[in-house]
Structures are given as C-alpha cells and as structure tokens.
Design a binder for this molecule. Structure first.
Ligand code: NDP
Ligand code: OAA
Length: 276
C-alpha cells in the first residue's frame, strides 16, 4: 500500500500527539500533510514543532480544498464532527472520529454512512479511553445489558453543559458523588468532552438508548476511571481502566491519545492485525 497522507482537524492534546507520532515515523507508512484548528495559530504553532512541514490552516474551507490527503483525523469536538464530517467524506477522504458522541445522533450517523458508501471511503472509530470493545463487538447479539460507570475528579468534569441546568455544584462536592445516571444518548450531549467513550461502547454493543451511563465526581480521584459491565447469555464482562490524564487536558486520558495513534497505525500499516 502506498504511504497514507494524513490530515488532522484539531491541534490540541490528541491532535498534537498524533501529529508528532506521524512526523517521527512512529506511525509507519504515513505522512502528515495538513493541520487545521479553529484557534488562530494553533495549527501553525504545532507545525513549528514538526520536522516534515505539513500545511497549517485556520479555515476549514482552505484545509479541505487545498489538502491532498487520504485520511482525515478529527480530534476537535462533537461540533466539529457535525460541521465537517460530511464534507470530508464528500471530498473522498477516509475519516477517523475521536469526538464519537456526535455519532449518537442516529440520523446523522446514517447520513455519514451513506456518504462514506457513496464516496467509497471508510469511517473509523478508535476504541479510545476504554478497553474491551473487541469482546463487546463479538457478543453484541447476546447482550442483555451494558453499563459504563465513569469516575473523574471535579476538575476533569468542569465546563460540561450538564452543569448549566443541573442543581449539582461541582465546587461543593467534597466526597464521591453520583452526578448523572441515564442513557448514553443523553450522556454524550450533557458531557460532550467527558464520555465520548459511551458512544464507542454503544456503537459496538446495544446502541445509545440501551447503554446506561453513570458519572461520578470524586475529589480524591487522580485518574479517569471507566468501568464497563456487560451481561448476557455469553456470561458477564467487567473491564476497568484507571487512566492517567493527559498533561495538557485533564478531561482526556492518555490512553485516548495512545488509542488514536494505534488506530491510525493499524489503518496505515498493511501488515498483521491483532484482535478483532
Ligand atoms: N473517543 C475517546 O475515547 C475520547 C475522545 N475525546 C474527544 O476527542 C476530542 C479531542 O480531544 P483533545 O485533543 O483532548 O481536545 P483539546 O481540547 O485538547 O483539543 C481540541 C482542539 O480542537 C479545537 N476545536 C474545537 N472545535 C473545533 C472546530 N469546530 N473546528 C476546528 N477545531 C476545533 C479546539 O479549540 P478550542 O480550544 O477553541 O475548543 C482545540 O484546539 C474531544 O472532542 C474530546 O472530547 C477525548 C478523550 C477520549
Ligand atoms: O479520556 C477519557 O477518559 C474519556 C473522555 O474524555 C471521553 O470519552 O470523551
């Protein structure tokens, strides 16, 4: 396979590390050609840290028109997925999505899948900051229930739209407190930068309406913990990850960065694929 040309939307925590991984050859058979971020200069600042000189844009129109790439990685926000994903696929590029909560909108997801099919391109969803997605996929037809319990420190939950309408006051939480219980569909809207993993889990398993989510704020927590419990006629799974937060963004686990890099590596590198 010829080297895959990569473009990145979002030059924050995940986008920067991914760019460095491609730039330094950690992702083989790939070259970084283009960067885009709404924050003025953000793509430019990242470009200065790299050896390979990708183009840097603060306008999506320029990014998509001038970029000769095979795959675009979105590492920006759910809003960015809603605004740009269709255009990326129509421009005949594969798309890897990190802000997976955007795909909880079934009408939007169907539209994306239609566009991908029309363009002969693929939509990739990395496992992200959780584990066990291979097993959930394997038993998807046998699942009775799936629950995600996410525990983060208040500072890793701050800024979520949930707090605009809820009575919960994050700065008054002194001990472990369940602040949200509901469906994955509602959770990814209320906490768009915290539980995209709930959408990944739902897409692999029984969907956003049947996947249940519990979010716990715990001031004693220094990790981002995600615990998946899945039950069905196959037995029972329990997967727990205690993730170190990324240095640049306490909301985003370091595992999410590593998973994005590994997903891109497996797309670009033709060799052996381990796991489903
Ligand atoms: N699937 C998973 O397991 C995980 C997914 N995520 C998600 O991945 C995404 C990236 O995470 P992370 O790198 O930590 O985030 P960061 O906030 O560190 O970086 C995102 C960058 O993208 C920019 N951005 C936001 N919206 C747009 C837009 N519409 N167009 C262009 N640029 C935009 C941001 O600008 P600004 O600062 O102005 O918003 C910021 O510079 C987030 O949505 C996050 O919630 C994170 C962890 C795990
Ligand atoms: O990184 C994490 O722990 C999970 C996260 O933010 C998300 O899924 O949006």
């Amino acid at each position: 396979m010829p080297a895959r040309k990569v473009g990145i939307i979002g030059c924050g925590t995940i986008g920067s590390q991914l760019a460095i991984a491609v730039d330094t050859g950690a992702v083989r058979n790939a070259s970084l050609v283009s960067l885009f971020d709404v924050v003025q200069n953000s793509a430019q600042v990242l470009k200065q840290k790299l050896n390979t000189g990708p183009s840097a844009y603060s306008s999506f129109d320029d990014f998509i028109k001038k970029t000769d790439c095979d795959i675009v990685v979105e590492a920006a926000s759910q809003e960015a997925v809603k605004r740009f994903a269709v255009q990326v696929l129509r421009a005949e590029k594969d798309l890897m999505v990190m802000s997976v909560g955007a795909l909880a909108d079934k009408t939007f997801l169907s539209e994306l899948l239609r566009e991908a099919e029309k363009a002969g391109r693929r939509l990739y969803v990395p496992t992200g900051a959780i584990a066990g997605i291979d097993a959930i996929r394997a038993v998807k037809h046998l699942l009775d229930s799936v629950t995600l319990a996410t525990t983060k420190s208040p500072k890793a939950l701050a800024g979520a739209p949930f707090f605009e309408t809820s009575k919960v006051k994050l700065d008054e939480i002194k001990e472990r407190t369940v602040i949200y219980e509901g469906t994955a569909a509602d959770a990814v809207r209320a906490f768009p930068a915290n539980v995209n993993v709930a959408a990944v889990l739902s897409l692999a398993g029984i969907g956003v309406d049947r996947t249940k989510v519990r979010i716990i704020a715990d001031p004693a927590f220094t990790t981002n913990q995600h615990e998946i419990t899945a039950k069905g006629s196959f037995g029972e799974f329990r997967f727990t990850v205690n993730n170190v937060p990324s240095p640049g963004n306490p909301k985003t686990s370091y595992l999410a960065v590593l998973s994005a890099i590994e997903c891109l590596r497996s797309i670009c590198d033709d060799g052996m694929r381990v796991g489903s």
